[in-house]
Design a protein around this ligand. Sequence first.
Ligand code: HEM
Length: 353
Amino acid sequence: MNISHAWTSVWRMALMALVLILGLGLGQQALAQADPDREIATAVPSVDADAWRQIRSGETGPNFRSSRFDSNYNLINASGENWRQLRNRWVSPFGLIAIGGMLAMIVIFYLIFGRKRLDEPKTGRKLPRWPLMMRSLHWTVATLFILLALSGLNLFYGKLVFKPLFGDSAWSGMISASKLVHNYLGPLFGILLVFLLLRLFKENLPKKHDLVWFKKGGGMIGKGHVDAGFANGGEKVWYWLLATVGIAVIASGLVLDFPNFGQSRDTMQWANIIHALGALGLTAVALGHIYIGTIGTEGSLEGMTTGYVDETWAKEHHNLWYEKVKDQTVTKEQLAADHGNTRGGDQAAPRTS
Ligand code: HEM
C-alpha cells in the first residue's frame, strides 16, 4: 500500500474512533440526564430518620462518621474520607518522590557518567530502523502523553501551586482547560498506545540474553557490549510497563471519563487511586526514557527522527539485530538520492525485525 495512503487511513481510523467515543459519551450523558431514576441509583444513599437518630447519639455507621470540634458536628462520608486520605497522604507524596527522584537521578547520572558516546566512529552507512508510520505513531503517542502528563499534574497538584500564584480567576481557566484536554485526549492516547504496543509486541518478547543485559547494567558493568536484539532489556522494561501499568491507567481513566455507565462512587474512587498511582509512576519512568532517547545516548534520536541509524550505533547497541539486517545498509548518498525520488513518501519501510 502507498505510504501516504496508509498514513491517511490511520488518521481516518483514529478520527473515527474519537468521534465514536465522543458520540457514545454524549449519548450516555443525555440518557443519564433523561433518566432521573438512574441518577438517583448512583447518588449518595439517602439518610433516613434512623440514620439521623444514630448520628445524633454519636454512633458511626459504614457510610458516615461524625467528627467533633468543640460544639461543631460534621457528617463525613466514610468511604469518601478514606479515599481523600489515601490520595493526599500516600498518592500525592508518591508522585512527588517518584518524579522528583527520577529528575534528581538523571541529573546525578549525567554529571557522573555524561553522555553515552559511541566507542567507534560512525561509518556514515545507515540502516533503516523506524518506518515513517512507526515514527509518526511514536511522536503522536509521545505528544499526547506529555499533554496528558502536564494536564494531569495540574489537576493533581496545580491548586497548591498556581491558585495562590495567579489568583482564582486565572486558576479557574487553567483547571477547566486541563480537565478538557485530559478528558478528551485520554481515550485517543489509549487507542493509539494499543496500536503501538501491538506493532512492537514481537520485538519485545523477553529473551535469555536480556538477563545478561540486566546483570551487566546494559553494558555499564564489565567490558564489551552486551547482546541485544531489536529492543534491548531496558526498552523491553519500558514496553512492558506501558503494556501493563499503561493499560491499567487507560482502563481506570475510561471508568472516570464516562461516569454514566452505572459504576458506583466507590468504584470511581478506586479507579482514581489506580489511575493516579499508575500515571505518576509512568511519568517518572517516561522522564528516564526521554533522557536516554535524547542527550543520554549518542545516535538514538537519529533513528526516531530520520528513520535510519548509523551502522556503528546498531553494532554497539543492538548487535543481534544488526547481524540480521546488515545487508540492508545504505550510504548517505544513496539515501539522499532515494529521498529525492520519493519526496513526501517513505524511503524504506522495513519490518522492524
Ligand atoms: C519527547 C519525548 C520522547 C523522546 C525524545 C523519545 C525517544 C525515543 C527514541 C529515540 C526511541 C528509539 C530507541 C531505539 O531506536 O532503540 C524511542 C522508542 C520508543 N518510545 Fe519514545 N520518546 C519519547 C516519548 C515517549 C513516550 C511518552 C512514550 C510512551 C508513552 C514512548 C514510547 C516509546 C516506545 C514504546 C518505544 C519503542 C521501544 C521498544 O523498542 O519497545 N516514547 N523513543
